[in-house]
Design a protein around this ligand. Structure first.
Ligand code: NAD
Length: 375
């Protein structure tokens, strides 16, 4: 079967679905690997490196109609969908609930579509968990960026010229990105505090050497059956904003990562909280893609408000494209290994890994949640 990937066309996207080192393992699954010429260039992987490992390079126009499986970070555009052959399999980070017209178009074209962002967060699926691999990169990137924007040291310094106390970092949202941000800030020598609505996050935060900051009375039911945070009541959010404002006032750096699947990011830092922060302090808003956790965030922009540098970081994993691509390549390889049996596709929908990620098949939207949202 022909496994293809094209250059990503989203502005600022530098990652590629497969790295050259990943090609031999894919070929062992019985797949012929074909890439659009130049697909890996922005991530630092030239065409020649893929060729040397047995892949074929083609133009986009030649490649799309032959693709039997197409793997991308971002779903194909309507123009690409029209080029794909009916029956082809498309695997990407789709976020189908936010892209219903595109999903309908893919179903109409007869494509078999998987959304890797809907992979169940179970131990067996960890090696395929692209959300975790990419948000791990994002959490690291946010701290390193904040450290470069902050006009002071992160670690404590004791020198003949004086002693400098460590920077204080406050992380909001202690999921995958937040935990990696905590670990990175600790490695750089900062004092770290973190907050989350899920009480289970406390132990994880503390195991990384940070202090957990919670509300006295936690949200009654703060997480759903998949372990994701639920949207909170206005009253809860009001009390939470007060707590967060007090923490922000003490912090040199605030990293925000709070997300609710399928919903806009909750606003947790009000304008007034930014105004009360120390001049020179930095906020990196990793929720910018979903609107941001700070009222003043401008997605994709770095702005200074009341002396505070506020960075609405978009696609942070792209800044570390070679390694973000390596992770994704491994995630896809694990997913494909389970999907392929003796060189042919076998979609076992009773397996939650496929049951929960399969969106379209044989001209229909087969994912219940997406179908209901489309009606
Ligand atoms: P996410 O990106 O959806 O959200 C990031 C964090 O924001 C979460 O910790 C969430 O609780 C928090 N949050 C949401 N609303 C908030 C609010 N109002 N205030 C403060 N914090 C808020 O989450 P994620 O990082 O993708 O993780 C989702 C869940 O999946 C977590 O429970 C995580 O531990 C779990 N997980 C499990 C595995 C596994 O293999 N078992 C792998 C990855 C993640």
């Amino acid at each position: 079967m022909i496994l293809a990937t094209c250059r990503e066309t989203q502005p600022g996207e530098t990652r590629v679905s497969f790295i050259p080192e990943g090609v031999p393992a894919l070929m062992k699954l019985g797949l012929e690997v074909v890439l659009e010429s130049g697909a890996g260039e922005a991530a630092g992987f030239p065409d020649q490196a893929y060729r040397e490992r047995g892949a074929r390079l083609e133009s986009r126009r030649e490649l799309l109609p032959q693709a039997e499986i197409l793997c991308q970070f971002h779903p194909p555009t309507p123009e690409d969908i029209a080029q794909l052959s009916p029956g082809a399999v498309v695997i990407s980070l789709l976020y189908p609930l936010t892209r219903l017209p595109l999903v309908a178009e893919m179903a109409k074209r007869g494509l078999t579509v998987f959304a890797l962002d809907l992979l169940p967060r179970i131990s067996r699926a960890q090696s395929m968990d692209a959300l975790s691999s990419q948000t791990t990169v994002a959490g690291y990137r946010a701290v390193v960026l904040a450290a470069s924007l902050l006009p002071r040291f992160f670690p404590m310094l004791m020198t003949p010229a004086g002693t400098i106390p460590p920077a204080r970092v406050f992380i909001i949202g202690a999921g995958v990105a937040g935990l990696q941000a905590i670990a990175t800030a600790r490695r750089l020598g900062a004092i770290v505090e973190a907050h989350d609505v899920r009480p289970v996050a406390k132990e994880q935060v503390e195991s990384l050497g940070a202090r957990f900051v919670g509300l006295e009375k936690e949200a009654a039911a703060s997480e759903d059956s998949s372990g994701y945070a639920k949207a909170q009541s206005e009253e809860f959010l009001r009390r939470q904003r007060e707590l967060i404002a007090a923490q922000c006032q003490k912090a040199d750096v605030v990293i925000t990562t709070a997300l609710i699947p399928g919903k806009p990011a909750p606003i947790l830092i009000a304008k007034e909280a930014v105004e009360r922060m120390r001049p020179g302090s930095v906020i990196v808003d990793l929720a910018a893609e979903q609107g941001g956790n700070c009222e003043l965030t401008e997605p994709g922009q770095t702005v200074v408000r009341s002396g505070v540098t506020l960075c609405g970081l978009l696609n942070p994993a792209s800044a570390l494209a070679p390694q973000a691509s390596l992770f994704y390549s491994k995630n896809l390889q694990a997913f494909l290994s389970l999907l392929m049996k003796e060189g042919a596709l076998q979609i076992q929908t009773e397996d939650p890994i496929f049951g929960q990620t399969l969106i379209c098949r044989a001209g229909q939207i087969v994912h219940e949640g997406v179908r209901k949202a489309s009606e």
